[in-house]
Design a protein around this ligand. Sequence first.
Ligand code: CTP
Ligand SMILES: C[C@](O)(CO)[C@H](O)COP(=O)(O)O
Length: 249
Amino acid sequence: MDSRLRSVGVLLAGGVGQRIGLGRPKQLIEVAGKTIIEHSLAVFQEAPEIDEIVVLMTPGYADRIREIVAKGGYDKVGKVVDGGASRTESTWLALQALGAEECNVLLHDAVRPLLEPRIITECVKALETHRAVNVAIPSSDTVLVAVPAPDGEVIGEVLDRSVLRRSQTPQCFRLSVIREAYERALADPGFASRPATDDCGVVLRYLPDVPIHLVPGSEQNIKVTHPADLRIAELLFQLAATPSISDLP
Ligand SMILES: Nc1ccn([C@@H]2O[C@H](COP(=O)(O)OP(=O)(O)OP(=O)(O)O)[C@@H](O)[C@H]2O)c(=O)n1
Ligand SMILES: C[C@](O)(CO)[C@H](O)COP(=O)(O)O
């Protein structure tokens, strides 16, 4: 009997893309011949470690995703669910859609279309021995803390770069762990006024005894956030399709 836990990839695609400002969800914009969400879908579909995919989509666009799924033959997609008003609300809705059985959950920003299969493999492997796993890369910039000043802001602190990492996705958990963290967060009246910007932040705040193991991410695993990111993503796809000099005959 296969005792391996099932692994579910959750594509968080419930946002509206306000910062990119194109008047429609950015995950439906085409880059390198496919919509951004379709690139993300394809990576999870092709990953042998992934058993099922759940998509959280901007309300009003679920049918568009069902069309993309049917046309592309993404048969691991089990559910398409309406997203919530914030990223954390979309995560919570995904967790509610997942049923009672323990499994691994890989929560991925649908707008990180350049995710490498290697990262999924390493995350699922790490979940064999850790209950929470994140993907991160070193910071190449020096990071400072800005504090208010009478005429704007001044530097309050310059952080030690050697310990700083930039958090990416997928962020991966045993279902029971991420569910408990969210249940505690939602029972805390202070959570709404100081929301988390990612799922690991919820686990760290509400289940501080659960260590969150880090897996190396990648500089290519960008989040398409601002208009220029569309051009950068296009170029990165072109580079990925070009054989490197060492591969040439
Ligand atoms: N209510 C929300 C908001 C965001 N997301 C998803 O979380 C990921 C990261 O969010 P972000 O880059 O902020 O996307 P948007 O919310 O669409 O962008 P913006 O903040 O500029 O509106 C995206 O894949 C987005 O679709 C989500 O599932 N539900
Ligand atoms: C989860 C995340 O991608 C980690 O870097 C990031 O926090 C999402 O932020 P956003 O403002 O929802 O794009």
